[in-house]
Design a protein around this ligand. Structure first.
Ligand code: ADP
Ligand code: MG
Length: 318
């Protein structure tokens, strides 16, 4: 099978077919008609074998996750997903693997009405780069930079499950099958909070997706907004499964520092609290923004909670 045969067979029809795509796969560039009066949101994420996933991960999960992490970035800006490109580096052509990879991608592309409009295929160590494009009205973009003192801090869903999943595959955590399964699913098939991101355009002053860990990612909001935060550690949303899997201190540690959950962390000014409660966004208040820079953690008793040693994943430092 040639490079072009591969593209035709596994990628030409993997996603949605959109009417705003003038020219898709098959020419030197794709041509799209972005909606008038909206901003184009563009993001890229790369997954590298051995860094972002272990070589034995399933091709389906890899296809799914490489789209999910990009959708999560669009969600964090309040953008509506539309088009993606795929740069794929493969050691060799394995048709069964490619079929599963493409099926994993399709699982997200179709329901989100995302079209795969182009890419590049090369030979080398397995690496997947997706660029995702979406659009968002310029008046309601969610940035990291606009959190204000007095805003409440929220997170969607629950935190720490994916981190526990990672410990399981690294064989640092042994659990019964029934507890392991849902944690691994959160690691391999994160739900990008796209509909939440779009709904939050109406109420959030800032937002970020949690890919590197709550402390690491909330700190990005604080730095960009030049503010600080009070975080009530005991209020962090922990799933019943994670509560069953590890002790309380470990659950909180994972929720604070483990990445890969792809939940949204966002801030809401007091004037928009009521509106937030009416939105279809499952979320938990975990603290509030303060003028004084820095992130301060507190336990239930109001005592300061020690910052965990390792604060999130950073390339080139670990
Ligand atoms: P060029 O050499 O002009 O860069 P290529 O030969 O790399 O073009 O690709 C041919 C066409 O197939 C282009 O439209 C490109 O966008 C598309 N394409 C290549 N690889 C992929 C891929 N993995 N997924 C989707 N489209 C791809
Ligand atoms: Mg090329």
């Amino acid at each position: 099978m040639t490079e072009f045969g591969l593209i035709k067979k596994f990628f030409a029809e993997v996603g949605a077919v959109r009417s705003d795509v003038e020219l898709s796969i098959g020419d030197d560039c794709a041509l799209i008609r972005p909606p008038a009066e909206q901003l184009l949101a563009i993001t890229t994420d790369t997954l590298v074998a051995g860094v972002h996933f272990l070589p034995d991960v399933s091709a389906f999960d890899l296809g799914y996750k490489s789209v999910a992490v990009n959708l999560s970035d669009l969600a964090a800006m309040g953008a509506e997903p539309a088009w993606i490109t795929l740069a794929l580096t493969l050691a060799n052509i394995n048709e069964a693997w490619l079929a599963e990879f493409s099926r994993g991608m399709a699982t997200l592309l179709k329901p989100y009405n995302l079209q795969l409009i182009g890419g590049d295929t090369t030979q080398g160590p397995l690496t997947i780069t997706i660029q995702a494009h979406g659009f968002v009205p310029s008046s309601s973009v969610l940035k990291r930079a606009n959190a204000q003192p007095g805003d409440k801090i929220y997170v969607t869903g629950t935190l720490g499950d994916a981190g526990a999943g990672l410990r399981i595959i690294k064989q640092m955590l042994k659990l019964p099958e029934a507890i392991m399964e849902p944690l691994l699913l959160r690691l391999h098939r994160p739900t990008p909070r796209v509909k939440e991101g779009i709904a939050l355009r109406q109420v959030a002053s800032s937002a970020i997706d949690i890919s590197d860990g709550l402390i690491a990612d909330l700190t990005h909001i604080l730095t960009s907004s030049r503010v600080g935060a009070h975080l009530d550690v005991e209020t962090l949303p922990i799933s019943p499964t994670l509560n069953q899997a590890v002790d309380r201190a470990t659950a909180l540690q994972l929720a604070l520092t483990a990445g890969d959950d792809y939940e949204l962390c966002f801030t809401v000014p007091p004037s928009h609290e009521t509106k937030l409660s009416r939105l279809p966004v499952e979320c938990t208040c975990i603290g509030y923004i303060e003028r004084e820079p820095g992130l301060r953690l507190y336990s239930n008793s109001g005592k300061s909670y020690p910052l965990p040693g390792k604060l999130g994943y950073q390339h080139f430092t670990n």
